[in-house]
Design a protein. Structure first.
Length: 122
């Protein structure tokens, strides 16, 4: 069963900071650190840990946030149905329950790509 949690626990928030701190002293990894720190931010400002809006979130984090959410929804549903149905449900959930949270451009590309994958595996 798919669930839609919008509350963020201290553990959720601390995992972002701990991961970011891991790369803190590696200058060559600054862009990766930025992506890690922002991948739970959402375009509508509802994300964490900093509550950034769309124009403040780097492109890599926008993409990783979308993929991370899809992965969580997809894998939460895997035990109940077949792979193809779990993928479809996750895709529908992202488009229905997370409106405004993801970059429309990234979401459009994601929808097109996953639709092709689902059709190919039907």
């Amino acid at each position: 069963m798919l669930t839609f949690a919008h509350d963020h626990t201290e553990e959720d928030i601390s995992h972002v900071y701990k991961s970011g701190r891991f790369l803190e002293h590696m200058d060559a990894w600054n862009e990766a650190r930025k992506i890690i720190m922002q991948h739970h931010e959402r375009c509508d400002g509802s994300g964490y840990p900093m509550g950034l809006n769309a124009d403040e979130i780097c492109t890599g984090a926008k993409l990783l946030g979308l993929l991370d959410t899809y992965y969580d929804l997809h894998h939460a549903d895997l035990g109940t149905d077949n792979e193809n149905l779990a993928q479809k449900r996750a895709l529908v959930a992202i488009n229905k329950h997370y409106q405004g949270q993801f970059c429309p451009v990234r979401l459009g590309h994601f929808n097109q790509t996953l639709a092709r994958v689902l059709v190919a595996h039907t």
